[in-house]
Ligand binder design. Structure first.
Ligand code: 5GP
Length: 208
């Protein structure tokens, strides 16, 4: 799909423990014009998670039916479950001029980049292996074995960083948040985005 539609599409990827969810949450609070896409998953809800807000929690059969119906713009196996972004969650919204954020894994991010050439892909890195390990330990969610598995997976995921457009290093949270917001704002200042956002100004300047 070429991007002569009005909205911008941002894809954010990070290994677990890099702080992606907190950064995205703060970005959404700072920039109400952004909309977070709600993915489908076959994993069970955790804690306070609600279907329709955090994910659409669906059975493996329902997910497979959506795959067969070509209802996903991307999907992938992550940690033994399937996760996908529905076409409806993306295409309708960018066509209406919404700026959308996808918080998805690297396999999904690369599929999106192939399909939407102007999508902006952003990779969040931790400042060091030691800090990543510390964050996973501090989070207190996982056994030592699971932490080792997450670190092993993180190495594979981080090797994909070179295929992304932007890199945010999450050393100081506020700095990383400002960097993330800068990426979003820069995309909005590109000529095609400005033309779409401010058509009257271009018209008045005879720049149509
Ligand atoms: P969690 O189960 O911890 O919420 O998410 C596990 C991983 O799946 C995270 O890396 C998250 O970014 C990724 N993920 C969430 N939704 C999607 C999606 O729609 N597509 C893909 N490819 N990955 C997703």
């Amino acid at each position: 799909m070429t991007m002569n539609h009005p909205g911008n599409l941002f894809v954010i990827t990070a290994p677990s423990g890099a702080g992606k969810s907190s950064l995205v949450k703060a970005l959404m609070a700072a920039d109400p014009a952004l909309q977070l896409s709600v993915s489908h998953t076959t994993r069970a809800p955790r804690g306070q998670e609600q279907s329709g807000r955090d994910y659409y929690f669906v059975s493996p059969e329902a997910f497979e039916a959506m795959v067969q119906a070509d209802a996903f713009v991307e999907w992938a196996h992550v940690h033994n479950h399937r996760y996908g972004t529905s076409r409806q969650a993306v295409e309708d919204k960018i066509a209406q001029g919404q700026d959308i954020i996808l918080e998805i894994d690297f396999q999904g991010a690369l599929q999106i980049k192939k399909r939407f050439v102007e999508a902006v892909t952003i990779f969040i890195l931790p400042p060091s292996w030691e800090e990543l390990r510390q964050r996973l330990v501090r989070r207190g969610e996982d056994s030592p074995e699971v932490i080792e598995l997450r670190l092993k997976n993180a190495a594979t995921e981080m090797a994909q960083v070179e295929r992304f457009d932007y890199v945010i290093i999450n050393e100081l949270f506020e700095r990383a948040l400002a960097d993330l917001h800068t990426v979003v704002q820069s995309q909005r200042l590109k000529l095609p985005s400005q033309r779409r956002a401010r058509p009257n100004i271009f018209k008045a300047l005879n720049l149509t």
